[in-house]
Design a protein around this ligand. Structure first.
Ligand SMILES: Cc1ncc(COP(=O)(O)O)c(C=O)c1O
Length: 412
């Protein structure tokens, strides 16, 4: 399996922006895992065995049995009114975000919302601030519109807003700042309440949009909820939600909410992209969310599953890999972010050594645009069973053994 993602070669027949596009190593790892029997800690996918298949089948049967053909028809670009109603009450009850029906747009996954936000906000060369490390899908979307991407470091409390404030003070003028405040991908970090408030203040003072991407918020298994940035009442937060992680990614349904000056252009941009998200899939979600108790039961199941798997991964790492890797414990989501603590071994060497033992991990540089995070790796605990997680870590430990033996061999 080649670990190198081929750069797109410049071809004069292609638009210049193609030169800024990069294939995703994570997606290639997922493809590699499908081709051979790798144990993958690489992808950030929900596990196949946790999909609510029965509930989706029943909901689909109910929808198709109705005489209402609109479920198979084109539908409003803004989204299905019934789903928008579900989103508005979910935002109010769960997150204390008060919006009207007209402030919500249903998207084809939150990835589409990321693309649309870059499309309507970024001119070539405009600055976009991101977490360092940042979600690869956001980096791809921003690069495609030729944003100048500036990473701001992340610690256990999420993006370091004091660092951002210093950059702003020095004259940085971003159009947007993209954050995943809950159990970020890839860092697993949760942004503290104080930093959320600080970021909201900075966005108001300097007039940039905060893109608050929250696909994992419901997957909390430790600690307590922190109010979203969008609940602080500022007029320039674009909040993104997704049904991929609580229902299924294949439905490709997410949503955004933002002030009208931003939602209107995004709706027009969406008309040129996919006209509308799938009416059928939107109605499936309405069926599920209006089935009494279904959502609460399903989310509880996911949280318990992820909590147990995170525990297994972290305790296997402690036992088998020990101090060679410093792993951070997340309060939810799917990811453990870990730093290699052995001098002379970096994440790309570890990734290659792991692959030789048939285990896939992602090196930290994949999540930055400047080659930083070269000692970090992202490990996902969402997909593998407890036994396979332990086996994957055992293989990782053998990868470390190989690298250390090689290093010792060289130095003697
Ligand atoms: C932080 C983050 N944002 C967005 C997405 C894309 O989600 P969706 O399936 O809703 O497009 C992902 C998927 O992994 C993600 O991790």
């Amino acid at each position: 399996v080649s670990l190198l993602t081929a750069e797109l070669t410049h071809d004069p027949r292609l638009a210049q922006r193609v030169g800024a596009m990069r294939p995703s190593l994570v997606r290639e790892m997922v493809a590699a895992a499908a081709r051979r029997p790798l144990l993958s800690l690489a992808g950030g996918l929900p596990p196949d065995d946790a999909f609510p298949q029965r509930a989706i089948a029943d909901a689909a049967a109910r929808l198709l049995a109705q005489a209402d053909p609109s479920v198979l028809q084109y539908s409003p670009t803004e989204g299905d009114p019934a789903l928008i109603e579900v989103v508005v009450s979910d935002l109010r009850e769960r997150l204390d975000i008060t919006v009207n029906e007209g402030d919500v747009v249903i998207t084809s996954g939150s990835q589409q919302a990321l693309d649309l936000s870059a499309k309507v906000l970024i001119d070539p060369g405009d600055v976009a601030v991101v977490e360092r490390p940042a979600y690869v899908g956001a980096l791809r979307a921003l690069s495609a519109y030729q944003a100048q991407i500036v990473g701001v470091s992340v610690d256990d409390d999420g993006m370091d807003t004091a660092h951002l404030a210093a950059l702003l003070d020095d004259g940085l003028r971003p159009k947007l700042c993209y954050v995943v405040p809950n159990f970020s991908n890839p860092s697993g970090a949760t942004m503290s309440a104080a930093r959320r408030v600080h970021l909201a203040e900075l966005s108001e003072r300097y007039g940039f949009v905060v893109v608050e991407d929250d696909p994992y918020g419901q997957l909390r298994f430790a600690g307590t909820d922190v109010a979203p940035i969008a609940s602080h009442g500022v007029g320039n937060v674009l909040y993104l939600g997704s049904f991929s992680k609580v229902v299924a990614p294949a439905l490709r349904v997410g949503y955004l909410t933002a002030p009208a000056w931003l939602t209107r252009p995004m709706v027009v941009a969406k008309q040129a992209t996919d006209l509308t998200s799938s009416a059928f899939n939107q109605r499936l979600i309405v069926e599920l969310f209006t089935t009494n108790g279904w959502l609460a039961d399903h989310v509880k199941l996911l949280r318990e599953l992820y909590a147990a798997r995170a525990d297994v991964l972290l305790s296997s790492l402690a036992t088998r890999v020990g101090t060679r890797l410093h792993a951070r414990r997340p309060e939810g989501g799917m990811f453990v972010w870990a730093s290699v603590a052995v001098p002379g071994i970096d994440a790309s060497a570890l990734t290659a050594a792991c692959l030789r033992h048939d285990v896939a991990i992602v090196p930290g540089t994949e999540f930055t645009v400047d080659g930083t995070c070269a000692r970090e790796v992202r490990l996902s605990f969402s997909v593998l069973s407890a036994a396979n997680l332990d086996e994957a870590v055992a293989r990782m430990a053998r990868g470390f053994d190989d690298l250390e033996a090689h290093d010792n061999g060289r130095s003697t």
